[in-house]
Design a binder for this molecule. Structure first.
Ligand SMILES: [Zn+2]
Ligand SMILES: [Zn+2]
Length: 375
């Protein structure tokens, strides 16, 4: 079929993106779904910082690539061998496929799925194929999703079926922002009821972590971001205190608020100074989690003596250490029962044609989650 997708042909283009227009809306050929694949009509897709990291070259990927990794839609055609999905099903895309067979998938650590990571690195679907092309030239898939498109072909192992009563714009958020943010708090950091928490970096993922910390029963939620507007939003979502971590005396202020540090800190900012702040703010015996993706050349210096003498733990978190097929439906239930105010994360809705305006807004720090709506 012929469909419209947003394609990135070149990284490192200068801002403003409203002028350089890194994403071009192109009419492409989308092949029919192959074995264990389905065709999805995309209904909503979110703009995430990880897309921006490909656009600005922080996360180099093979090009040309059809971007977008946070989306929801409706299954309209089944490939051969598909058993667990039907035409008409509503689905959320997870940005890492879970093969179900590797040692990680089999031990409940789908976030580390090896064939999934390999396919994502190669810019193919889980089965190794590319299904998008134009003028006989193939276009790479972004994390098995390529959701900035009217239609997408995806592996069934990239999809999670959801109830049909949840709006698509809300549902899309569960594929990246909510999965990563809530998962980092409850799965990776394993926040316990009554723990105090510091959340550094308040984009869509960080704000989702605030919602997760509140739902999980954190006693004190402290947030840090350089942007005062985002700190204000976090306070409306359930944070109790906000801090400008770049300010002189910020760490002392936090120590005073918490009697010597937080039980858990989670960092999403992607700056080394932010991770250092999160680590130093963690109390003796506490856990620091980072789920940010700074430039691959960035290096962290920390004192092993502090790690040992204070028995601190430093952990990485990918995909919120989630099992998408288990956690996306569970988090959606929390939303439906009013315990995860995900709708408050959406600051803008837009049309596919306005995608470069959306990314400029994201790069400028003027948006929370922006969702592209498809008719
Ligand atoms: Zn994302
Ligand atoms: Zn696997």
């Amino acid at each position: 079929m012929i469909t419209k997708v947003a394609v990135l042909q070149e990284m490192y283009l200068d801002r403003p993106y409203t002028t350089s227009k890194p994403l071009k809306i192109e009419e492409v050929v989308l092949d029919a779904p192959g074995f264990n694949e389905v065709l999805v009509k995309i209904k909503a897709a979110g703009l995430c910082h990880s897309d921006l990291s490909v656009i600005n070259g922080n996360r180099p990927r093979p090009l040309p690539m059809a971007l977008g990794h946070e989306a929801a839609g409706e299954v309209i055609e089944l490939g051969e061998g598909v058993k667990n999905l039907n035409v008409g099903d509503h689905v959320v895309f997870a940005f890492l496929p879970s093969c179900g067979h590797c040692s990680y998938c089999q031990t409940g650590r789908a976030a580390l799925c090896e064939p999934g990571a390999e396919a994502n690195g190669n810019g193919t679907l889980l089965g190794g194929h590319q299904r998008i092309h134009k003028n006989k030239k193939y276009i790479y898939h972004h994390l098995g999703v390529s959701g900035f498109a009217e239609h997408a072909v995806a592996s069934v192992d990239s999809l999670v079926k959801i109830d049909s009563d949840i709006p698509f714009d809300i549902a899309a958020l569960f594929g990246c922002a909510v999965l990563t943010g809530v998962g980092a708090v409850v799965n990776t950091a394993q926040l316990k009821f009554g723990d105090s928490i510091l959340i550094v970096g308040l984009g869509g993922v960080g704000l989702s972590a605030v919602l997760g910390a509140k739902a999980a029963g954190a006693s004190k939620i402290i947030v840090a971001d350089l942007n005062p507007e985002k700190r204000k939003v976090a306070l409306t979502l359930g944070a109790n205190h906000s801090i400008d971590s770049s300010k002189e005396g910020a760490l002392e202020e936090l120590m005073k608020l918490t009697n010597g540090g937080v039980d858990v800190s989670v960092e999403f900012a992607g700056a080394i100074t932010a991770l250092e702040f999160a680590f130093l703010a963690t109390k003796r015996g506490g856990t620091t989690v980072t789920a940010a993706l700074p430039h691959p050349d960035a290096r962290l210096q920390l004192s092993p003596v502090m790690l040992v003498g204070q028995e601190k733990t430093l952990k990485g978190s990918y995909l919120g250490s989630c099992v998408p097929s288990r956690d996306i439906p569970a988090y959606i239930e929390l939303y439906k029962s009013g315990r995860l105010d995900v709708d408050k994360l959406i600051s803008h809705t837009l049309h596919l044609n306005d995608i470069n305006e959306g990314f400029e807004r994201l790069a400028a720090g003027d948006a929370l989650r922006q969702i592209i709506i498809f008719d």
